[in-house]
Design a protein around this ligand. Structure first.
Ligand SMILES: [Zn+2]
Length: 246
């Protein structure tokens, strides 16, 4: 069993809305490959390959984000560099459906989508689509969809489990993985950066701020019990990761 962190480019943005601090911030955009017993899943799919060439695709969000996606960092290029055929991926588990988490979906032809039902429904709400929060053209493009209502054991053996962590969005979830070296949780956007969990710095925007705080407290409990957390967009932590975790 292994986790391979893949960096699908970066986003540069004002820090204030995301972290509450002044200045600008550059966020790595991860997709996490998880291999277990001959099965392969991706937790999130990163940025859409079109963002190599400009940011028109971001619509209403374009003024707020500067994407940086070199050709060798698209999801396809990253998988090929890891010697993984995108057609061999069995499942795409989504933390949530924001553009920087679901953009590479079109590059993965044969996988089923595994997602909380509440998130799938939110991703199709007209008002949220209109204000640029969701782009169904990124994720609703013909894959089989497995809708979850709460916690879920992905392979049926307790090694990979979806943990609902709502708040950032209506149906956000994190992924807990029992590696041979110990448990790991991929937090997604429940926690962007390590210091934000240390300081319980809850972003001031999101679907439900109170729920978000409760979900952060839940992940802090996992950490207290010896689980390693891999954060959603933490540049320092991401740069420190090995090519694979086993
Ligand atoms: Zn998000």
């Amino acid at each position: 069993m292994r986790i391979v962190p893949l960096e699908i480019g970066r986003l540069e943005s004002s820090a204030r809305t995301l972290t509450g601090r002044d200045g600008r911030i550059t966020l790595p955009i991860p997709s996490w490959l998880v291999e277990h017993d001959g099965q392969r899943l991706l937790f999130d799919t990163g940025l859409h390959a079109d963002l190599q060439h400009g940011k028109d695709r971001l619509g209403a969000l374009a003024p707020h984000f500067n994407p940086d996606l070199p050709a060798q960092e698209t999801l396809t290029a990253r998988l090929e560099a890891a010697e993984v055929d995108p057609g061999s991926i069995n499942a795409m588990v989504f933390s949530h459906l924001h553009f920087d988490h679901s953009g590479g979906t079109a590059e993965v032809p044969n996988a089923r989508i595994v997602i909380q039902k509440k998130e799938w429904e939110a991703g199709h709400r007209d008002d949220l689509i209109e204000r640029g929060e969701y782009f169904p053209a990124d994720f609703d493009i013909g894959h089989d969809v497995q809708l979850l209502d709460g916690a879920h054991d992905v392979f049926g053996d307790g090694r990979v489990q979806c943990i609902p962590t709502p708040g950032h969005t209506a149906g956000h979830q994190s992924l807990r993985i029992e590696l041979d070296s110990g448990p790991v949780v991929l937090t997604g956007d429940c926690v962007y950066l390590e210091w934000m969990l240390d300081e319980m710095a809850v972003p001031r925007f999101g679907f439900d701020i109170d729920q978000q705080k409760q979900s952060m407290e839940e992940l802090a409990r996992h950490r207290d019990e010896g689980c390693r957390l891999l954060f959603g967009h933490d540049a320092d932590q991401f740069a420190s990761l090995p090519a694979e975790l086993t």
